[in-house]
Write a protein that binds this ligand. Structure first.
Ligand code: TEU
Ligand code: CA
Length: 614
């Protein structure tokens, strides 16, 4: 049991303590070296709290110690032997169906649009599709608010369309990973409607219904101070029933009570229903949030400030998380030999190790998001992302994650703006930059996840009005920002981080949502060809999927690394800047097998090259 009498270095050894310290440093824009400094690392935690003054309250410290002491396990590290799995060799492609391809002119992507593009994806070299939710939904959060898990959303098509898509993918030797959204259901789901209607219903305890409190003048107050990821309180008040219900996300996404075994049984039945249909696995939406501290305690305001959301310490790594993940795996995934990748917002490397190590029997992989913003910056901030930070992040994870785990390599998804627009505002450099990102993604040690449109070099859109922002998160954020800044500033802030950048119909056909009329960005056929060539190169040698990684140079704006496997060796030379820099001098025995630019002794801005040992 760690106490405040122990030292910073003792806290840093604990996986939860390590990640909390890292998260704290990341948000403060400080380097991890701070904690390795002997004065800091040997400092008593008690002293640190005193020195930190009002930055760290004793309450904060106690909550951190509680979280830390709840995790006795230390991650197992294995090196050298990597087990062979299809999902370690595969290139994944995420499709956000609503914005992929519309075939019936309503401006909404649909399953027939995906069916039409299976050949395009096969030709690109994609092995597996991660399909964002296509289930019946009122679309408060574009399908992440599910009303019926066994029905296809009408706007997207029919179950027959889905079956045709699955069949066509399997015929092409491609796999389909669905999106499993079981931290919450829509408030229009039968379970929730029944639960609200009848407090004695068996479904009442499928959700978090709690009594609130009342002030002297009769104002209703929610059961606790938890905030929603989409702004505002995390509680809905139902006046007729005089009851509150929990929603960590939108007001129509009601959190399921995973401590109720009927919930677990119904969810596992549903997972098996899809796996029995032949689906190859799931991406699991905010799966690390499913276990809440039963008493739903108040959130610590300081932790809320650090993690960007009040209350999160009470559920982001909850008391039964490992137990529930093992149960889902044992009762659904393993019997079908199905793949699982969990979305784990807020977890750092050490906690991810405890969720994905093969010996843990929980998840195959996770998406960690700590590389998506550089230290000291937040999502809704207009700044230039520094690829030197990405390099150091990748080196750290590649060298310390262990060979009994597998990194997911991604830049974009449906929840974030486009990475190329975060890195540079110089549109002239989008084309070489997109190729650099692709070349690193396909030659680093991990499984690549390409987000739809990345292979075209798609960048952010020039939104001019909030009328163009359809996303519930963007709207919620805007409303909250208006309380503290002008409409113009609030709009600029939303545009800097809105998910809408990733949710405009891809430019291969004309229809658009009315809100997105006229929005256009350049596409680069040379980028698509680059993706195709690099995916083919990655497939040509298992060295990229399984080979050792060695960093040769990480000087400013450089990233030179080696991959080696069964005697075959590759050197990758990257210019991480928008200026020309000296190319790495590989020497005679190395043959240049790929370049995004030239072969001279200077690398052009964002140019990258691959050499093979002859
Ligand atoms: O995302 C959860 C999540 O972490 C993101 O909402 C993230 O917090 C936010 O977008 C960053 O600003 C998953 C899905 O990917 C997202 O699309 C859903 O809106 C959310 O869960 C609720 O299901
Ligand atoms: Ca359509």
């Amino acid at each position: 049991m760690l106490t405040l009498d122990d030292k910073v270095k003792d806290l840093y050894k604990n996986p939860v303590g390590h990640d909390i310290i890292e998260k704290l440093l990341l948000t403060m824009g400080k380097s991890s070296f701070l904690v390795k400094n002997p004065i800091v690392s040997n400092m008593k935690l008690e002293t640190l709290v005193k020195l930190a003054g009002d930055k760290i309250s004793y309450d904060f410290a106690e909550k951190v110690m509680e979280l830390v002491n709840a995790e006795e396990d230390i991650p197992v590290m294995q090196r050298g032997k990597i087990s062979k799995r299809w999902w370690k060799e595969a290139v994944f492609y995420q499709i956000y169906p609503r914005s992929f391809l519309d075939t019936n002119g309503d401006g909404i992507g649909d399953l027939r649009g995906i069916i039409e593009k299976v050949d395009y994806l096969k030709d690109l070299g994609v092995d597996a599709i991660w399909l964002s939710p296509v289930y019946d939904s009122p679309n408060d959060d574009n399908g992440y608010d599910i009303r019926d898990y066994r029905k296809i959303m009408a706007e997207f098509g029919t179950m027959e369309d889905f079956d045709e898509l699955l069949k066509k993918l399997h015929e092409k030797d491609m796999k389909l990973i669905m999106d499993l959204v079981v931290n919450h259901t829509s408030d229009e789901h039968e379970w929730f409607k029944e639960a609200l209607r009848d407090e004695n219903s068996k479904y009442r305890d499928y959700y978090f219904f709690r009594k609130g409190t009342k002030t002297e003048n009769g104002k209703n107050l929610p059961p606790n101070n938890w905030r929603s990821f989409f702004a505002g309180s995390a509680w809905n008040y139902y006046k007729n029933e005089d009851i509150w219900a929990l929603h960590l996300f939108s007001k129509k996404q009601m959190d399921l009570n995973w401590d109720n075994e009927n919930v677990r049984n119904d969810v596992i039945d549903m997972i098996n229903w899809w796996l029995d249909k032949g689906v190859d696995g799931f991406r699991m939406d905010v799966i690390s949030l499913i276990s809440k501290k039963p008493e739903l305690p108040e959130g610590d305001e300081k932790i809320g400030e650090m993690m960007g959301i009040t209350g999160i310490e009470n559920y982001y790594y909850g008391p039964h998380l490992h137990e529930y993940l093992r149960e889902i795996r044992a009762r659904a995934f393993d019997p079908h030999r199905a793949f699982s990748v969990g979305e784990t917002p807020g977890l750092g490397m050490e906690m991810c190790k405890l969720i994905t190590g093969e010996e843990r029997k929980e998840l195959d992989m996770v998406f960690c998001f700590d590389h998506l913003e550089t230290p000291g910056h937040g999502k809704y901030e207009d700044y230039e992302y520094d690829l030197n930070y990405f390099r150091d992040f990748i080196i750290n994870w590649t060298e310390n994650y262990g060979d009994n785990r597998r990194m997911a390599l991604f830049y974009d998804n449906h929840d974030n703006p486009r990475m190329i627009s975060k890195i540079t505002h110089n549109k002239e450099l989008y084309e070489p930059l997109a190729k650099l990102l692709a070349l690193m993604q396909f030659t680093l040690k991990g499984t690549p996840f390409v987000y739809q449109g990345e292979e075209m070099g798609i960048s952010n859109y020039e939104f001019t009005s909030m009328d163009q922002i359809t996303d519930v998160e963007g709207k919620g954020t805007y409303a909250e920002l208006l309380l503290k800044m002008s409409a113009g500033e609030a709009f600029h802030t939303v545009v800097s981080g809105t998910r809408e950048h990733a949710r405009v119909l891809l430019p291969w056909n004309s229809t658009r949502l009315p809100e997105h009329e006229g929005l256009d960005v350049p596409v680069y056929p040379s980028v698509t060809k680059c993706y195709k060539d690099l995916i083919a190169l990655r497939r040509s040698d298992l060295a990229f999927a399984y080979g050792d990684f060695y960093c040769i140079s990480k000087k400013k704006d450089k990233f030179v690394y080696k991959r080696s496997y069964e005697g075959r060796e590759y050197i990758i030379d990257c210019n991480l800047s928008g200026e020309p820099i000296k190319a790495y001098n590989v020497g005679m025995v190395w043959e240049l097998i790929y370049t995004t630019g030239s072969d001279g002794d200077m690398l052009a801005p964002y140019e990258a090259r691959i050499y093979k040992l002859t």
